[in-house]
Write a protein that binds this ligand. Structure first.
Ligand SMILES: [Zn+2]
Length: 301
């Protein structure tokens, strides 16, 4: 059996704040009703769209689509005005060359798409709002709520546009993990987006899939599975960019860096990443090390 399907990790979907299993069933039934199935893994040689953010999850995900499923992969990278753009882009370019060399027929150069989100006109306000809810239970669950939907709507639309080149795309891949805590990273959201794709394209054969959390494939696993896969398949995942900060190297102590380090521990794989800070004892917030970040920026300019 495939190494990536029917795999469950420690986290149960029923225990997750950002999942609603009743709603998920309701959404899945809509798709089943419309097309006879919820989602299916595309067949060998089919063309698909996949997000490439420069982070470990999206990088490993693309490797898996190429190696384990022999799919023609058309990645997209969103320039959304992120503060770590330069570092993400560097990682994206690195893995673009890497996969192009390894899978010259199946891998296609990524498309960079500029879609600024959140809108620059209200980003500061949104940040303030985010801080206001930071100490309640929902702290990170809402995050930038439109970011996920906007990024993947753009990806879907790019896939649709490829029809003009004779490339038939019907599936878009994200790489959300069982530990992702935002509502716009959940299986419930993935299914809702899938319905949205179908409705606005008036084509019920479109699919939106996040392999690690796809319930139809019996999955609900975390980063350790991807890290282990990359290790076994010699994909140099440590060159991916996880950190949301603007430091030249991974800070090692923001929420995304923390999850990355935890992933290596759980996978039992040696982490070759160079980090700026040691891991704090308790789970960090996005606002830690802001002083150091400002200082470094000032020193650079
Ligand atoms: Zn970091």
């Amino acid at each position: 059996m495939n190494k990536i399907l029917y795999k469950k990790g420690k986290i149960d979907i029923k225990d997750k704040v950002n999942e609603d299993v009743n709603l998920l069933k309701f959404y899945s039934d809509i798709l089943k009703n419309k097309r006879g199935y919820v989602v299916k893994m595309p067949k060998k040689g089919e063309s698909v769209i996949a997000c490439l953010s420069g982070g470990q999850d999206s990088v490993a995900n693309i490797g898996i689509l190429l190696k384990e499923f022999s799919l023609n992969v058309y990645p997209f990278f969103i320039n959304r005005g992120q503060s770590n753009y330069k570092h993400e882009k560097k990682a994206v370019d690195y893995f673009n060359r890497f996969y192009k060399k390894k899978f010259p027929k199946l891998y296609h150069n990524y498309k960079e798409i500029t879609v600024i989100t959140p809108g620059a006109e209200y980003k500061d306000l949104l940040r303030k709002t985010k801080r206001m809810v930071d100490d309640i239970q929902l702290r990170h669950n809402v995050s930038y709520p439109a970011r996920g939907p906007i990024v993947f709507l753009a990806g879907m639309e790019y896939g649709y546009s490829l029809k003009a080149k004779g490339i038939k795309i019907k599936t878009v891949f994200a790489s959300n993990m069982s530990s992702d805590f935002s509502y716009h990273c959940s299986q419930t959201w993935v299914r809702l987006m899938n319905i949205l794709f179908c409705q606005i394209l008036n084509d019920w054969s479109w699919q939106f899939i996040s392999l690690p959390i796809e319930t139809e494939f019996g999955n609900h696993f975390d980063k350790d599975v991807f890290i282990k896969w990359a290790h076994d398949n010699e994909v140099p995942l440590y060159k991916a960019r996880t950190c949301v900060k603007s430091f030249d190297i991974e800070c090692g102590d923001c929420p995304t860096c923390w999850d990355r380090r935890r992933g290596y521990k759980e996978a039992g794989v040696k982490d070759k990443t160079k980090y700026k800070f040691p891991m704090s004892e308790k789970y960090p917030t996005y606002y830690d090390h802001e002083k150091e970040e400002k200082n470094e920026k000032r020193n650079r300019s």
